[in-house]
Design a protein around this ligand. Structure first.
Ligand code: PFF
Length: 453
């Protein structure tokens, strides 16, 4: 007889697992930088509005698909759309997270290398002028970043191989609270630096003059990426949620902790950047280039404090990347174990090999393969933009159409209201369904058109 499917332990376990997927690199470098670029608190308001009106309904749509199916992503989608089209859509949602994992684990590898460097006190011992520019040299190296990428993937596999309850749940239950503690400590340090006030102002002052059409696109894209929408992750994780759990509360809890963490990350990074007299508009290189420089610079006068801050900071990035990467891997593992009858260990090993090869190509695209261009981008950037602009939006669109138009209303009602048991959910159900059926598809199409035009 087949063993019964695993289940997450309870509400806290569910929120921690979802939050683990949501809280990641997107919160630590992208969110603070976008806030600064797009009018501070004005951006946060727009981001929150989009999360409530678009992202949360998409999250709930995916949750309902996952839990009602109690199956892997391919089967869940094909259950609603029997036949070839359903299988294709389902497989797309299995492939998307593996695609993302390939390049996400490259950045995870960078964070691991930087954690090792900060433990070895490299940033404190070196002069700021030596640290500046070292990131460019590091990612261009022919094998060091590849080794760290593989090490990061191996740690990801090490968690996932122990299962949903014994691996993912157990890991997220301690790592998410730890992440919050780390980011609060770093924010306290950052805010204590001279000149930090300017950074606070940069983050909290709503400057509506900076809000342009692009601000809305940035806010929407960030909200999708941060909640891991359209990737099969919410469907897969929800298939492990018990029938009596309140999905609406789990979704709202996830969105709230994700937002809270992103804002804390802003306070951890931006005041320190201002304190060092640097403009924070350096984009993706902010955390790996600018911050080590700042740690080195501050290390001249306060070496112990700077060394501790550097270690805590890169430990937080590493941990945040890891809680997301395990969710990316689990989608494929659930598919292979359930659909192909593979043992969890073999499924992990197979996906490790596939992501190692794809990720190595992404990693080398900053060095030996930098001349290889795909649609004008290097391999890494191509993989990233295909995921964000094509795969994730397509996955989200499929999810809302399935939950809003294909799934019977009674099933959606049962999943989102606990069959009428949760009375507050019953009251908001018509609003949520309206958002899923009409508002979300239109929002997604606007996002697609804006990235194409
Ligand atoms: N939500 C993660 C972050 O903000 O870093 C990234 C991510 C994880 C995106 C999983 C997509 C995904 F499927």
């Amino acid at each position: 007889m087949k063993a019964p499917r695993e289940k997450f332990g309870g509400r806290m376990a569910v929120i921690m697992a979802f939050a683990g997927s949501a809280i990641g690199l997107g919160n630590i470098w992208r969110f603070p930088y976008l806030v600064g670029e797009n009018g501070g608190a004005a951006f946060i308001l727009i981001y929150v509005a989009f999360t409530l009106v678009l992202s949360l309904p998409i999250f709930l749509a995916e949750s309902a698909i996952g839990r009602s199916s109690q199956a892997n992503c391919r089967a869940a989608v094909e259950f609603l759309v029997p036949g070839k089209a359903g299988r294709l859509f389902g497989l797309l949602m299995v492939i998307t997270p593996l695609w993302i994992l390939s390049y996400y684990s490259v950045v995870g590898g960078w964070s691991l290398d930087y954690l090792v460097q900060s433990i070895k006190l490299d940033f404190i011992r070196a002069a700021p002028s030596e640290v500046a520019g070292s990131f460019g040299r590091f990612i261009a190296h022919p094998w060091v970043p590849v080794v760290f990428h593989l090490a990061f993937l191996a740690v990801t596999v090490g968690v996932v191989v122990s299962g949903v309850k014994g691996g993912i749940e157990r890991f997220c239950k301690w790592s998410i609270p730890t992440l919050f503690v780390l980011i609060v400590l770093i924010a306290a340090y950052s805010l204590s630096l001279p000149g930090a006030g300017k950074g606070v102002e940069y983050l909290v002052k709503p400057d509506f003059s900076k809000v342009t059409a692009h601000t809305f696109i940035d806010a929407l894209g960030q909200s999708f990426f941060s909640l891991s929408l359209g990737t099969g992750i919410i469907i897969t994780y929800s298939s492990y949620v018990k029938k009596n759990e309140n999905l609406l509360v789990a979704g709202a809890g996830t969105a709230l902790s994700d937002l809270f963490f992103a804002v804390l990350a802003g306070f951890a990074i931006i005041p320190a950047v201002f304190s060092a007299g640097i403009e924070p508009g350096t984009g993706p290189t902010l955390i790996f280039d600018t911050l080590p420089y700042i740690f080195s610079h501050l290390g001249q006068s306060a070496p112990v404090l700077s060394a501790v801050a550097a270690i805590l900071f890169f430990a937080a990035i590493f941990l945040a990347a890891l809680t997301s990467s395990i969710s990316l891997l689990e989608v494929g593992v659930t598919y292979l174990t359930e659909d192909k009858g593979m043992k969890r260990g073999w499924a992990c090993a197979l996906l490790f090999v596939i992501c190692s090869v794809m990720g190595t190509l992404c990693s080398l695209s900053f060095g030996p393969l930098s001349q290889v261009k795909l649609l004008g981008n290097n391999i890494f950037d191509f993989a990233d933009s295909a995921a964000s602009n094509v795969f994730m939006v397509t996955g989200s669109l499929i999810s809302v159409i399935l939950a809003g138009w294909v799934m019977p209303r009674s099933v959606l009602f049962r999943e989102l209201t606990g069959g009428g048991v949760f009375s507050a959910n019953v009251r908001v159900f018509p609003v949520v369904r309206f958002l899923v059926r009409y508002v979300a598809p239109i929002g997604i199409l606007v996002l697609v058109l804006s990235s194409v035009l």
